[in-house]
Design a protein around this ligand. Structure first.
Ligand code: PEP
Length: 250
């Protein structure tokens, strides 16, 4: 869209050795990427690699964490606080990825509290929403996504630091990418939800990015959907292909 700056994120998930992270940084630093005025590019390594990636990646590429807690500092063994991300200069965090929801049993309410906490620290957030296969097949896609947005809206008042990732769960890591028509239809419905339940201003300006088996090959067509403002990329973000996806979106 002409009014919304493209946003492309690379979610590395729980992948990486010192050697593979080094190789990925080297490859991205040498790649042709859109200029920072043309697109926001964000990569999200596992926590242990955040500091190395932040120090070594070209400055126009932003670094995001894949989660944080809703609580802050304290007796929360195994978790990382938004305060820590802020202290380390990590300015963005992905929250409520479907793997967090499905494998680690995070509810929409917990995800929303994490969003509120991260925003209170001044972080940019990337809450993820999306329906499962059975939900789409039974015609409940909008209902499911709207309920996830409503849970977020119960905790978020300022949407200017929010990028929403629409990631149909059936498309994540499956190679089963949404068609451009499917993506556009749902993105338009989500924008409509913002128009009805938040404001026309937020509906027009909020970036809604698509995730689910995005590749170098399918990204150009998806990028032409008027309500698709970018991508959250999993598998392909670990490959040089990520640069091509960024180029196709910008
Ligand atoms: C993701 O993890 O957010 C994702 C979309 O994964 P993939 O691109 O591998 O489907």
């Amino acid at each position: 869209s002409a009014v919304r700056k493209p946003w492309i994120g690379g979610n590395w998930k729980c992948n990486g050795t010192r050697a593979s992270v080094e190789a990925l940084i080297t490859s991205l630093n040498a790649a042709t990427l859109p200029a920072p005025e043309a697109a926001d590019i964000v990569i999200s390594p596992p926590y242990l690699f955040l500091e190395t990636v932040q120090a070594r990646i070209r400055p126009e590429v932003h670094v995001a964490a894949q989660d944080c807690n809703a609580k802050g500092m304290g007796a929360y063994t195994g978790s990382i606080s938004a305060e820590m991300l802020h202290e380390f200069g990590i300015n963005t965090v992905i929250l409520g990825h479907s793997e967090r929801r499905d494998i680690f049993h995070e509810t929409s309410e917990e995800v929303a509290l994490k969003c509120k906490k991260a925003l209170s620290l001044g972080l940019d957030i990337v809450p993820c929403i999306g329906e499962h296969r059975e939900e789409r097949l039974s015609g409940r896609t909008n209902e499911i996504c709207f309920a996830q947005l409503a849970a977020l809206a119960a905790q978020i008042t300022d949407w200017s630091h929010v990028v929403v990732a629409y990631e149909p769960v059936w498309a994540i890591g499956t190679g089963l990418v949404a068609t451009p028509a499917q993506a556009q239809e749902t993105h338009a419905a989500l924008r409509g939800w913002f128009r009805e339940h938040v404001s026309a201003e937020v509906a027009n300006t909020i970036r809604i990015v698509y995730g689910g088996s995005v590749s170098g090959a399918n990204s150009a067509e998806l990028a032409r959907c008027p309500d698709v403002d970018g991508f959250l990329v999993g598998g392909a973000s670990l490959k040089p292909e990520f640069a091509a996806i960024c180029q196709n979106m910008a």
